[in-house]
Design a protein around this ligand. Sequence first.
Ligand code: T3D
Length: 263
Amino acid sequence: MTEPAVLCAVEGGVAELTLNRPDRLNALDEAAHAALAHHLARIAADSSIRAVLLTGAGRGFCAGQDLSERLAREGSDAPDLGDTLERLYNPLVRSLRTLDKPVVCAVNGVAAGAGVSLALACDIVLAARSASFVLAFARIGLVPDSGATWFLPRLVGEARARALALLGEKVSAEQACAWGLVWKVVDDQRLLDEARTLARLLATGPTRAFALTKRALAATWDQPLDSQLALERDLQREAGQTADYREGVRAFLEKRPARFEGR
Ligand code: T3D
């Protein structure tokens, strides 16, 4: 029996997605994309799931597009890579960014090509000390994609984004953290425990407020302060109607931890 390209385990309100093609450093083929899309749709629809953890099996996190799929097509017409982006990568990035629940990424090893974009599309990225990041696109004659040209300049600034994209040099986890690509570097053997603890914490948080926060942060790059203030007003109005807000205030006044239910 063939192994599933992506494993999904749900426990304690957290869906743990594990890219599961370790012999290919979890490069994404059509099956992996289909599995990710399937699991993310299920996660989005299930209100009992309140946080997601994404990681990879084996020594790599994700090596981007599975290039063996591209070689198989040689001899025929050149593949339409715009089509794969439109059909597979762009929806994947959009579904992570717009998911109404927080997504933690545990980068357990090398992230390359769209594997870097995949990590950066998540909300909080932890990296194992031995992990690394490679904008491998230029090495094979491609353009950084899956949001890489959007995420990178915003996270690391123009100068670093340009050098990373054009040179495709490997960046260590420590360097990535110093540059603001990831939230934290964690010792390899502690990575999964820390990521799970974080995801479990988020799964007991005010899920609606998290979703609205993601929406506010997503909008910030595209509009002036005035519009952002108006958006915050609208989102806060919505947050103020949630049971979690009522519970948060009550718990504060009663000097006890809040018990958020995600509604
Ligand atoms: O095509 C479209 O639809 C457009 C979308 C594009 C999105 C993209 O992501 S384009 C970028 C594609 N990714 C790459 O170019 C990265 C290719 N991989 C590497 O550069 C290196 O493997 C790494 C830097 C990631 C890691 O290097 P290293 O030395 O640690 O490992 P390795 O020996 O190169 O790889 C281990 C195995 O994984 C190896 O297989 P083998 O020899 O043991 O049988 C290697 O072929 C395989 N592997 C690694 N990356 C890929 C891959 N197989 C298929 N596709 C890969 N991307």
